[in-house]
Design a protein around this ligand. Structure first.
Ligand code: IVH
Length: 786
């Protein structure tokens, strides 16, 4: 038990510093966040009662200073140097040769190098006096930087007081402040939601965050700091090797890059380079190369500097992930669902390891956000295997004749009208239609681009799985006007196929047979094959299993669809619109005529009995002031929808404990004919469908679904089966299979070549199975693997 306030304060600070260090430097938290918060609250309370006991290194002081009006300048006592770059192996050989010759070492001597990733952030200098953090500065031009002490204090991985003992009286630690990818993505996502400008890359985000005059802003940014060298060392000594010196800094509380290694000679460096390059995309932060430093500090001293760079260190750069190039044109592509998407045609540029000549611009809003014009010089970024992106326009390089980009009025492929997609947003205050960011060609199957994409999708493996009907053949069929819609595929005869390029008698008859053999299909596959916007395999499966028949799916109202798991209003509206479009209706009727059998898997038997309860219905039809409890009270009191809809003010006043707001909300709904009709048709449909919406699809039972409620992620390639097969097994066991790892992920199956998803899983401590484990598990669950 602490005896004095002073003791208690000290103990709290010690504990908080320790937990901070465990969490932010070692990545090994040892107490729950809530406990940390309690300790912090207590310390804040004591310090506010005893302001005379507040010290600069108290964990409460990370944010606290008032905003500055400007940064003051700092002259570095020892200049902060930069590094020479190596771009190729030959540059590394030269670097090594120069070192050996300067040291008068025989050619072939293997000297030791300390290797680290080159972090893509901002170099900083942190000054400690008697173990206390007294000043943080940017590198600036190497001689003069800016005083960013207040901002540096907010970075949790920077110790405000050195841990342990034995540190020099004055010690300047240098390192990099950077923003891990995850934090960067989250920050940008937040900015997007708030309609603010996003950062181009993590480096800019880190730089922008450090440049804030108000340190509270910096404090809210997910920054990290790793140390990689020292400057001033007075009144004490450090170990004589680079790696040992860094490990000593770690003892005093700094974060080090865990990939630090000591290797021997150039061969060791090149090997390290390759190994880190291979991991580049999986790291949680961006790096632009690796840095090699002669490990022996005495040798470093001997080698000294030339102009602004040390002779004993070099940065071996990775291929750039960002390059400048020019936009030659912006063209519009038409996709399967008619979406008209702008694509930038670029002056070819080598970036991220490939030559890039096109980049999607996503939609017109994106063009507006970038303020992109034809002729502009842009920054192209291709990181990892992500598709190339235009991240920024360089405004200074805009030519006089740069042209604005307009959405075409007519489809560039079929000439049909191009319309702006409307989004339906529904809230308690009613439905609202808003202009979406997307445009769509209204041509449907009469548009060759849509027809071709729709047919390719229709025939693809996860859809109708028509063997041999690939992209090239579909293209020919469309070009030759042999096929106007999916139904036409079934009308093709071998004689029509034979004249196509690459076809002969046998191949024509094989394709014919392949098409004819796919006249019986499961409902879920067929729904997926239709290519309804936003309806992937999972949603198709939900529709098939929950509604059970094509007829019901076609009829389902948007409101009914939103009762199904994971179908929101937007998707529900897309589905409804798709089936109510005249040309789609016709094409579907025609297709159903051509098919022999649609296997309807939904067995809406016993569980149908649970018609949606009145309370559930009332809760969901946007009555202002009526939530779950209010809906239950109404349902209990009135007993039927009819009674609710015909109630008047007096009748509502008689409902026990119903709020005045709910009464008002309901009265105004009842007065609204459209609303009443909507609710009546919904009830009607739920009844006739006999729908069961509370839990998993109707045909399944929890007993044979050990993975019900679980979400699994597949990554990398499995050798023994395709990803779809693995997915099907998991779904059979009741799991949902997602495309990305989140906190909700239950398990990740990682095959060889697994990348960032595996890293994510490890980071979140999510269970990971390799292929062998996965196969064992499937067998245990009674899945018969051929
Ligand atoms: S050592 C005299 N090590 O690269 C040696 N620098 O181009 C000084 N950098 O300004 C730097 N990661 O911002 C070193 N592991 C690392 C580094 C690193 C990133 C940056 C640093 C420096 C720039 C030099």
């Amino acid at each position: 038990m602490p005896v004095t306030i002073h003791d208690e304060i000290n103990q709290l600070r010690e504990q908080l510093n320790l937990h901070n260090y465990r969490y932010y430097v070692q990545d090994e938290p040892s107490i729950p966040d809530a406990e940390y918060d309690r300790l912090m609250q207590r310390l804040k309370q004591l310090e506010s009662q005893h302001p005379e006991l507040v010290t600069a290194d108290s964990p409460t002081q990370r944010v606290g200073a008032r905003p500055l009006t400007a940064f003051t300048q700092v002259t570095h006592e020892m200049p902060m140097l930069s590094l020479d770059n190596a771009f190729a192996e030959a540059d590394m050989e030269d670097f090594n040769r120069r070192i050996l010759s300067r040291l008068d070492y025989p050619v072939g001597t293997q000297i030791e190098f300390a290797c680290e990733p080159k972090l893509d952030g901002i170099a900083v200098s942190l000054l400690y006096e008697d173990g206390l953090f007294v000043r943080g500065a940017t590198r600036g031009d190497g001689t003069t930087g800016e005083d960013i002490t207040q901002n540096i204090r907010t970075i949790p991985s920077v110790p405000l007081r050195l841990r342990g003992e034995g540190f020099p009286r004055r010690l300047e630690v240098r390192g990099e402040v950077y923003m891990p990818r995850e934090g960067f993505e989250a920050l940008n996502e937040q900015a997007r939601l708030q309609g603010q400008k996003t950062f181009v890359n993590p480096r800019n985000a880190a730089a922008g965050s450090l440049r804030q005059l108000d340190s509270r802003i910096t404090a809210a940014r997910p920054l990290q700091m790793c140390s990689y060298s020292v400057g001033i060392v007075e009144g004490g000594t450090l170990p004589g090797q680079q790696d040992q010196m860094l490990k000593q800094l770690a003892q005093w509380g700094f974060r080090l890059n865990p990939l630090l290694e000591v290797v021997s000679g150039v061969a060791g460096c090149l090997d390290y380079y390759q190994r880190i390059l291979a991991q580049r995309d999986q790291l949680g932060y961006e790096i632009d190369g690796v840095v090699f430093k002669v490990n022996d500090l005495a040798l470093q001293q001997k080698l000294g500097f030339v102009s602004r760079a040390p002779r004993w260190a070099i940065a071996h750069k990775f291929p750039a992930q960002e390059e400048l190039t020019q936009v030659r044109a912006v063209e519009f592509q038409v996709g399967r669902t008619g979406a008209v998407t702008p694509v930038a045609r670029l002056e070819p540029v080598f970036v991220g390891g490939v030559t890039v000549s096109n980049a999607t611009l996503h939609n017109m809003d994106e063009i507006a956000r970038l303020d992109l014009r034809v002729g502009d010089t842009v920054v192209i970024r291709r990181a990892g295997d992500v598709i190339p992106q235009v991240v920024q326009v360089v405004p200074e390089r805009r030519p006089e004749d740069a042209r604005r980009v307009e959405i075409p009025e007519n489809c560039p492929v079929c000439g049909s009208h191009v319309e702006r997609v409307q989004r339906v947003l529904r809230s308690k205050s009613g439905a609202r239609v808003e202009e979406g960011a997307a445009y769509r060609c209204v041509g449907r199957l009469s548009c060759k681009a849509q027809r071709q994409q729709a047919l390719i999708h229709f025939a693809s493996r996860k859809a109708m799985d028509i063997d041999g009907l690939g992209e090239k053949i579909v293209q020919q069929l469309v070009e030759a006007d042999l096929v106007q819609s999916p139904a036409d595929l079934y009308r093709l005869v071998p004689a029509q196929l034979e004249p196509l390029e690459g076809f002969a008698k046998l191949s024509a008859s094989n394709l014919y047979e392949a098409i004819q053999s796919r006249k019986t299909v499961e409902l879920a596959r067929l729904i997926y094959a239709l290519g309804i916007p936003d309806v992937g395999e999972e949603t198709a499966r939900t529709l098939a299993l929950s509604l059970g028949s094509m007829a019901r799916i076609r009829e389902a109202l948007p409101d009914t669809l939103t009762w199904l798991p994971d179908i929101g209003l937007e998707v529900a509206t897309e589905i409804h619109n798709f089936f109510h479009d005249e040309s789609n209706k016709e094409a579907l009727d025609d297709l159903l005529d051509m098919l022999e059998k649609v296997e309807e898997t939904g067995e809406l038997s016993s569980k149908q009995a649970s018609i949606a309860s009145l309370a559930q219905l009332l809760e969901r039809v946007n009555i202002k002031g009526v939530a779950k409890v209010g809906a239950e009270r109404l349902a209990e009191h009135f007993g039927s929808l009819e009674a609710v809809l015909t109630a008047d003010a007096d009748a509502l006043a008689a409902v026990p404990k119903l709020s005045a707001k709910a009464v008002k909300g309901l009265l105004s709904c009842i007065a609204d004919v459209a609303w009443v009709e909507r609710v009546q048709s919904l009830e009607q449909q739920l009844r006739t469908f006999g729908m069961h919406w509370e839990s998993a699809p109707a045909h399944t039972s929890a007993d044979n679904e050990p993975l019900a409620d679980q979400t699994w992620v597949l990554t990398g390639t499995l050798e023994s089966m395709g990803r779809n097969e693995a997915k099907a097994y998991l779904q059979q066991l009741g799991a949902k299979v997602a495309g990305s790892v989140s906190a909700k992920t239950s398990c990740v199956v990682a095959g060889p070549g697994a990348g960032s998803k595996l890293a994510q899983a490890n980071k979140h401590g999510i269970q990971v199975m390799n292929e062998a484990d996965f196969l064992d598990y499937l067998k245990q669950q009674g899945i018969d693997l051929a």
